[in-house]
Design a protein around this ligand. Structure first.
Ligand code: NDP
Length: 316
């Protein structure tokens, strides 16, 4: 018996990108094996209600949707494994990967769908309300709707924070933006847009001390001006964190071309190809702009089709 496992298609990561790739790869008889990763189901499992994925007129919870995607992938015999890939070697024709249980894999094709993780402030109160779905979110497009007609606070000063603050301003009565320095990081046009929006209040030099609540839901935020030391409480029901994302691509960095913030670069725009032949990418690991479940699913399909064509060209 060989001490490694050979396969045609290894899928790393189990968000909408990974599962969609699995459904397509399995139906193309590529016998995909998926390693689910540290957060099975990916970022959607931290979202309460998904109302913008086509095909769910009544909405669906994030965890429920991921279970359905998993069931669909398994229906076509995807080998879904709990566990994660710890190391890769993409220097040869066959792509070597190692799982956390020590399994050595030799894959003809690899689809990277490891996603990205939203950064949070790390406050205990923030994590509490995030985990119970009680008013903390890192995605205004996903969750803003639930705060219609209410007051929200958003942290961050980059393009994401500006875009999300603007999005929230159309739904909420008031949006307070907490900027830790005395200036924005965002592009001028985005900065001007939030500054020109009547119901967005910008507080510079302001940091979050505590997310306040009644145990079940957010009721406000305690903030501190880092110049004057002044403490204030801002009432709100939604607390949005938009301080950046970290793509989960560290293990690939020695082989795969990444941009300066760690996102995987497409070798050929309009495809899922990376710089390594036979290694494809789908979802947020290569997307810092759209980051939606449906766009991730779309690129998962592209990756599986590209992998299938790659295998066919090699005579598999
Ligand atoms: P960025 O890294 O650009 O910005 C992060 C922001 O969060 C910064 O203002 C930073 O403050 C702030 N921040 C970081 N940590 C903390 C903290 N602990 N407390 C308070 N504030 C904090 O991330 P984005 O997600 O905004 O953007 C990522 C990339 O995606 C950028 O290249 C951006 O241009 C791009 N993008 C483009 C869009 C578009 O063109 N439509 C839309 C969204 C993103 P500080 O400035 O002080 O460091």
């Amino acid at each position: 018996m060989s001490d490694f496992e050979m396969m045609d298609c290894l899928i790393i990561g189990s968000g909408p990108a990974g599962y969609t790739a699995a459904i397509y790869a399995a139906r193309a008889d590529m016998k995909p094996v998926m390693y689910q990763g540290l957060q099975p189901g990916g970022q959607l499992t931290t979202t309460n209600e998904v109302e913008n994925f086509p095909g769910y007129p009544e909405g669906v919870t994030g965890p429920e949707m991921m279970l359905q995607l998993e069931a669909q992938a398994k229906r076509f015999d995807t080998d879904v494994r709990s566990g994660f890939i710890t190391k890769v070697d993409f220097s040869g024709d066959v792509h070597k990967c190692w799982a956390d249980d020590g399994t050595e894999i030799h894959a003809q094709t690899v689809i990277i769908s490891t996603g990205a993780s939203a950064k949070y402030l790390g406050l205990e109160s923030e994590q509490h309300y995030l985990q119970i779905g009680g008013g903390v979110s890192a995605c205004a497009v996903c969750d803003g709707f639930f705060y219609r007609g209410q007051e929200t606070v958003i942290v961050g000063a980059g393009d994401s924070a500006c875009e999300e603050a603007h999005y929230l301003s159309k739904l909420c009565t008031k949006v307070t933006m907490l900027v830790r320095r005395d200036e924005f990081r965002a592009s001028k046009i985005m900065e001007e847009r939030v500054k020109g929006t009547d119901n967005i209040e910008i507080l510079f030099n302001t940091e979050t001390e505590e997310v306040l609540g009644d145990g079940n839901g957010v009721t406000g935020v305690r903030v501190r001006n880092n110049k004057s030391g002044e403490i204030n409480e801002i009432p709100c029901t939604g607390f949005f964190v938009a301080i950046g994302h970290k793509p989960n691509t560290d293990i690939f960095k020695d082989y795969i071309h990444l941009d300066e913030t760690g996102y995987i670069l497409y070798e050929e725009p309009g495809t899922s190809k990376t710089n390594v032949p036979g290694v494809f990418v789908a979802g947020d690991a290569a997307d810092k702009t759209y980051r939606q479940a449906v766009t991730a699913a779309g690129t998962g399909c592209i990756a599986a089709l590209d992998a299938e064509r790659y295998l066919a060209a090699k005579g598999h």
